[in-house]
Design a protein around this ligand. Sequence first.
Ligand SMILES: Cc1cc2nc3c(=O)[nH]c(=O)nc-3n(C[C@H](O)[C@H](O)[C@H](O)COP(=O)(O)O)c2cc1C
Length: 422
Amino acid sequence: MSDLLSQPLKLPCGATLSNRLAKAPLTEGLADEHNRANEKLVRLYRRWSEGGAGLLVSGNVQVDRRYLERPGNVAIDNNGGLEWIKAYAKAGTSAGNHFWMQINHPGRQGAVTRDGTFPAPSAISLKVPGRPPFVPRVMPETEILDVIRRFGFVAATARECGFTGVQIHSAHGYLLSSFLSGLSNTRTDAWGGRLANRARALLETVRAVREAVGPDFPVGVKLNSSDFQKGGFTNEECLDVVRWLGEERIDLLEITGGTYEGVPWLEDVKPSTRRREGYFIDYARQIQSVATTPLMITGGMRTRAGMEDALRGGMDMIGLGRPMCVDTDICKRLLAGETEVAASYESGLPLDAKQIAVDATEAEAKALEVWSQLVWFFVQLWRIGEGQEPKPELSALEAYRIYCETEQRQTEKLAALESPLD
Ligand SMILES: Cc1cc2nc3c(=O)[nH]c(=O)nc-3n(C[C@H](O)[C@H](O)[C@H](O)COP(=O)(O)O)c2cc1C
């Protein structure tokens, strides 16, 4: 039994999380072509709810069906299916834990667009090797305000449907995160330029969400400690944003780092962080010195000792991502003291890119390898959603094939809709 991990956490809004372990948000890609929840998500979240974590955070739910992070995203924009959102919330809270909806707009990192554009703060292309280049469409202020309103609408819907909290996704290069970065946001109006302007979209979103859900409902934010990119959102800038977030009524700040362009958020930022567990723990400690909000650290947390160290050092929650894709009850076993370590399935990965792309440049091969790592975890989630067991022995190559076929099918179904917003 771990006393530290088993401690409840009272949040500023008055809600209490029953222990210190959280399932980090993991995009599921399981929704139907109308971007509604379904029985697959219900099955997956019922299983996770029984897994012992005090908090589950959903994969990112989109505020606008026209712009998706992937074809199988859940979106909430008057597309119906609320009975399924209720069933989804009920399944995710079935063991009495908290279940928060992560809310997102993908911005220029979107994979699906239904109007041929990818809206973003500025017309600055995403530079990810192997990904077709496109120039994002600059969002007019009316559209920024509309997106902020949509975050509030989705948050209110989440509450009405039985979610017990929400998390605003402002990390990893998606829309709100791209507003924060001077590299992707070169606007000269009130939404760009100095940091206070670049942070406006996030802070206004926080206010809209709080307004929509009321004072007694948990509101979290996921934030990069740094983009780890020259000219991108820096650690010093992060500290200022954390100070400003402290003036808002936030219940939990999840700390992560990286973007698709820079050092990915699945990787250690520097080998020295291995000395202390957690990719972003050194940054989190700096954040702690200015934060007035409870903190959750996610990324590479694998041992009970490391988790307890982080809690002793002042972190409030420990987020687990990839281990939860295979060991859905790892939190229960960590809490009971039955295991010391959450298995690192990433260690057997990734795929050798040359197996699928012989002509790939070094940069393309590296990007493909990061991608193939993610893919392996997606396929595990899909298996659980289909009612199968996870398959740790699945090869990276097999996972890649399953992934490509499934996403192709999903994309064709989306394209077959008579109207893009059917
Ligand atoms: C399959 C997969 C899907 C993910 N989807 C999301 C997401 O929807 N939102 C998000 O904020 N992070 C997402 N992440 C990042 C995780 O929340 C987490 O930050 C990352 O996996 C590092 O934690 P870990 O080392 O415990 O896996 C995803 C990660 C994986 C592997």
